[in-house]
Design a protein around this ligand. Sequence first.
Ligand SMILES: C[S@@+](CC[C@H](N)C(=O)[O-])C[C@H]1O[C@@H](n2cnc3c(N)ncnc32)[C@H](O)[C@@H]1O
Length: 244
Amino acid sequence: MTELAPRLSAAHRKALPLLASGVPEPSVVGYLDLLDPAPVPAPNRAQALWSRRWGAAFYANLQSMRRRLMDVNGSPRDRLRPAPGETVLDLGCGPGDITRQLADAVTSSGLVVGVDLSAEMLTRAVRDASAGNIAFFRGDATRLPFSDGMFDAVCCSAMFQLLPDPFAALDAMTRVLAPGGRVFILTTHRGRGLAERLSCALVGRLSGARMFAPSAIPDALAERGYRDIDQRFTGMLQTVVAVR
Ligand SMILES: C[S@@+](CC[C@H](N)C(=O)[O-])C[C@H]1O[C@@H](n2cnc3c(N)ncnc32)[C@H](O)[C@@H]1O
């Protein structure tokens, strides 16, 4: 990695010490690629969309709708409250809109690391992020390349429902979070009333995305020793914050 350092941005140089020992040398393509360049097969229709160039462009254009949905129950920045100087992981960062908001909050003394599986999403994220405190990596949420306890907070917005094994990602997030660190998860749920349950089932069927039982995420957090679990529902979405 020492030979790599001179070719990196200041933010990537700051992020290198977070990597676990034995992680292979990444390739530098604006973001640091820690995965095989061969395309990763998408586990469902929704992830297939986010892996395509037009899908990533379409997602970036959904910004205002997405922001409205998230802001009903507080944005990731409001709920996670990143402080200046903190190190924050934005998992499944997509085109990096939330990454940039988190980077504003941690200021130049902090660092936000955005990780995503999709090269197309990361290409957009790198293009739109000029801040010196953001480092993007291509990696898999279930096999995070970072050492234990490196992050003060982890944001995971709209990714859990796409994963074949979301609880493996929760284990990985927990491992890299420092004791007392905060986690924010925005994802889907199965609905509570009958009408909500029917529309959630339809969306799940059409998109292939997982719809979680309403107690599944808080229960999984409690099993992993999290406290101060705060869950809120907005339509088909839920947000959950908790402290490790
Ligand atoms: C719906 S987008 C959400 C983007 C962003 N977090 C937001 O809320 O705007 C979901 C993102 O999760 C990424 N993703 C899916 N599976 C992943 C995995 N196993 N590891 C890392 N990222 C993944 C997708 O590529 C996509 O960019």
